[in-house]
Design a protein around this ligand. Structure first.
Ligand code: DWN
Ligand code: SAH
Ligand code: ZN
Length: 485
């Protein structure tokens, strides 16, 4: 779960720009890229430089359209974080992905030129160790009525949220009157199971389209942001909550005080606030750099979350590692001294200290690893294109926005991305403008290679796409390193 202990100091310096370290490209290890007789070439490395420069202007097709863009990287619209959002300690920058778009703003071809960009960079607080972005994309740009992500796009997530619902029903929600509130319920994958079991519930999510899908499945949703105001209104209407649950949402909210003030308003004295979010130690260990994009404002560690919840008058009582999205933690938070604190909390905090999860140097090394992956990936894609092979993207994930825009991968290298989500199909990927095509196109005919942007669903996808491999197709994976499988 955690990286190897640090060996010696690696004085990489801060990464001030995306282009700075591209010459430090690692030559691929045997077995990385060799199965197909393909390895990065010097020429490809030159292409990477060009590609990244193009990406720096927000377009991967060589056009400089900076003037046309609604660029949020301006003083009045971007809030920067010279100090920690939580404890006001100094935040030291460690990784800079440069100019990036709104990761879920899949655009119509006629809307090219009207995208919003910001500087995606993360730093770590010297005092509380919270890893956080330095500039926040405004929430109104990210979580709009037409937010296209749907939790139910994966069978694995479906099973996961059914299990969570069953666990909550059997443990915390055993009494008939108990209320559960879900923050960021999306299309109701978790709540519909609880609703079907007759549990009193309400989801809160500003994504009206996803909320409509939830309602169609029998889940009750308030189309709104969860904050102190909405929490107070829910309490007035329905009484206090025994459980407040949230998955992959708390880390998305820069203004996290609103969340905790809301939880404080709404949670029963004996209630629990349970939230799941990606674990920064897994991101570091597996070089999951593409888990960093606008929505993932905080990268949580147990140490930082423990301090965060205490700051808001709560106690972290349990933490459990779960395999979702490449490695996440489920945090259980209660009012102080109401529940016993499990040993997992102290154990993981100790592990994190041992493995340097709270240290700036760890993230500097991570940044260097990202550079190598980016260079290797562009080199491989360039070689494949030059060799006349067909490569398509698989899964128009939010993560792919970071990969394509950081590396400068556009339709010249990946002509389209197949995705099952109707809301994304027919649109262009943010920033890189790669067309999104329906999943059915994947087999019509199969490409030579598929770049698996949805690597967190690899098992499910590869099982589903056995015929692709049987017909000679190969998968390209890029984390923790670039390889063909
Ligand atoms: O944290 C977040 C998680 C919960 O979801 C959000 N910030 C946004 C989003 O992140 P993501 O877009 O990286 O999530 P996924 O689950 O990796 O997205 C998978 C994409 O791939 C979806 O667009 C659906 C698509 N897909 C597909 O086309 N065929 C997925 C599977 C499993 C498939 O078989
Ligand atoms: N919980 C789902 C969806 C995660 S995507 C899952 O794990 O699959 C993040 C969701 O949080 C989106 O649906 C988004 O609209 C919602 N969201 C973002 N900010 C929110 C806020 N302040 N209150 C409630 N929901 C929010
Ligand atoms: Zn801090």
């Amino acid at each position: 779960m955690l990286p190897q202990p640090r060996t010696g100091r690696d004085d990489g310096g801060w990464r001030k720009g995306r282009l700075k370290h591209h010459r430090q490209r690692r030559e691929p290890a045997a077995g990385d890229l060799r199965r197909d007789g393909l390895a990065p070439t010097g020429a490809a490395s030159g292409d990477l430089r060009g590609a990244r420069r193009r990406a720096g202007r927000g377009r991967a097709d060589g056009c400089d359209t900076a003037k046309e863009h609604d660029d949020v990287n301006s003083r009045e619209r971007v809030s920067t974080a010279p100090v920690c959002r939580l404890c006001a300690g100094p935040v030291r920058e460690c990784v800079d992905f440069g100019r990036q778009p709104v990761s879920n703003a899949f655009l119509r071809p006629q809307d090219v030129g009207s995208e919003s960009f910001f500087r995606l960079a993360v730093g770590i607080c010297a005092d509380c160790a919270m890893v956080q972005q330095l500039e926040a994309m405004p929430t109104s740009h990210m979580f709009r009525a037409d937010y296209p992500y749907r939790s139910s796009s994966s069978d694995g997530l479906r099973r996961h949220f059914e299990q969570v619902a069953g666990w909550l029903r059997d443990t915390e929600l055993a009494d008939p009157g108990d209320l559960v509130v879900e923050i960021g319920c999306n299309d109701g994958l978790m709540l519909r199971t609880l609703g079907a079991a007759g549990v009193r519930h309400i989801g809160v999510d500003p994504a009206a389209g996803a909320a409509r899908a939830a309602a169609a499945r029998g889940a009750e949703v308030r189309v709104d942001f969860f904050d102190e105001r909405s929490a107070a209104e829910i309490r007035a209407e329905r009484g206090p909550a025994k459980v407040i649950f949230s998955a992959n949402t708390i880390s998305h909210i820069a203004d996290i005080d609103e969340i905790f003030r809301g939880v404080d308003r709404l949670l029963r004295p004996d209630g629990v606030f349970v939230f799941e979010d990606r674990y920064v130690a897994d991101i570091i260990e597996h070089a999951y750099f593409d888990q960093i994009y606008d929505e993932h404002f905080y990268l949580f560690s147990v140490r930082a979350v423990d301090a965060m919840v205490a700051r808001f008058g709560f106690e972290l009582v349990d933490v459990e590692h779960i395999p979702i999205h490449g490695g996440s933690l489920r945090y259980t938070v209660a009012r102080p001294r109401v529940r016993p604190v499990r040993e997992s909390v102290a154990r993981l905090i100790e592990d994190e200290a041992r493995y340097g999860i709270g240290e700036h140097d760890t993230y500097v090394r991570f940044g260097q690893q990202i550079d190598r992956i980016g260079a290797d990936l562009v080199a491989l894609l360039t070689d494949l294109r030059d060799a006349g092979r067909r490569v398509v993207g698989y899964g128009a994930t939010s993560k792919s926005a970071t990969v394509t825009n950081y590396c400068g991968i556009g339709p010249d290298l990946v002509p389209y991305i197949c995705d099952t989500t109707p809301e994304k199909q027919g649109r262009l990927s943010p920033g890189a403008h790669i067309p999104i095509r329906p999943h059915e196109v994947f087999a019509d005919p199969y490409p030579d290679y598929a770049l698996l942007f949805a690597w967190n669903h690899a098992e499910e996808v590869m099982a589903k796409e056995r015929r692709f491999v049987e017909q000679g197709g190969r998968w390209i994976l890029y984390v923790p390193h670039v390889r063909i499988v």
